[in-house]
Design a binder for this molecule. Sequence first.
Ligand code: PGA
Length: 259
Amino acid sequence: MAEIVIVPDASSAGALVAGMILELIDARPDAVLGLATGSTPLAVYRALAEGARGLDVSRVRGFALDEYVGLPEGHPESYRSVIEREVVTPVGFDPRRIRVPNGAHETIRTAGAEYEDAIRAAGGIDLQLLGIGTDGHLGFNEPGSSLASLTRVKTLTEQTRRDNSRFFDSIDDVPLHCITQGVGTILRARHLVLLAFGEAKADALRAAVEGPVSASVPASAVQLHPHATVVIDEAAASKLDRAEYYRYAYENKPDWQGL
Ligand code: PGA
């Protein structure tokens, strides 16, 4: 079972998870991070920027989870731009060591396999940050995605396009396609850290951690992983049946159990 940590708010989650990442970088200066985009991980990146001040993080490597297909280079909402703006610049990572799937039309047929090769060549991802979509998606693996899938092109659901239209002028500007690490890619990371905040995520979160493992809820794949940590606020936890048990387990967590 994933470890479920219920915290008061997003900034507490940010501090907790940034602490895990800093500990990892301290132990392994060339650690490989899996980076998520969207609103959810921003609290982690803010805390990380603060905690990394004065530290040498120039050897850290990173792989974004996903990217839109077909946005022009330099588009402010391309995940390449978002990762540079929200993570690389504030934290001080070396941009040459941070990769994002290539969503250019011209090379899209080979972009997935290339990304898989790059992750493999880096020795795999040490810690993968994840959000969850209101439809249960993981990365951009929409419901129905194979639990064994690798990095490839997917078609975004209307729900995801609607959710993400807040970053664009209108829903019509949200691309139809994306390239995303597959569920199988994500499961190869050594530690998964899934975050969710707010009531809007409560149903998806419950299905992911307490429902059956199913391609219909790609985030339920975290149940298959031997080392998954789910950090959520009270609102996202509000529909969980076993919330009291998760709190009890965390409060009584032995020191030797580690992160
Ligand atoms: P959000 O997206 O953080 O913007 O809510 C999460 C996701 O789609 O995985």
